[in-house]
Design a protein around this ligand. Structure first.
Ligand SMILES: [Zn+2]
Length: 66
């Protein structure tokens, strides 16, 4: 007789809201464009990556005025 494995309980959470790009930051702007392109292609793994990169990159940089 084989035994049935014990049931596993998963704690699921709602996905985080999309990270908001910091206004004026060129890195955020670039990542937001990449995110939009990925969403248009249905690449939601890349969308998730972009959200993480937007939320976690070290320095928000504005373009140097000329
Ligand atoms: Zn930024």
């Amino acid at each position: 007789m084989t035994s049935t494995p014990a049931p596993v309980t998963y704690r699921l959470q709602a996905p985080l809201p999309p990270a908001a790009p910091v206004p004026g930051c060129t890195t955020c702007a670039d990542l937001a464009k990449r995110r939009a392109r990925a969403a248009a292609c249905g690449d939601y793994s890349r969308v998730s990556d972009c959200n993480i990169w937007i939320g976690r990159h070290d320095y928000h940089q504005a373009p140097i005025p000329r």
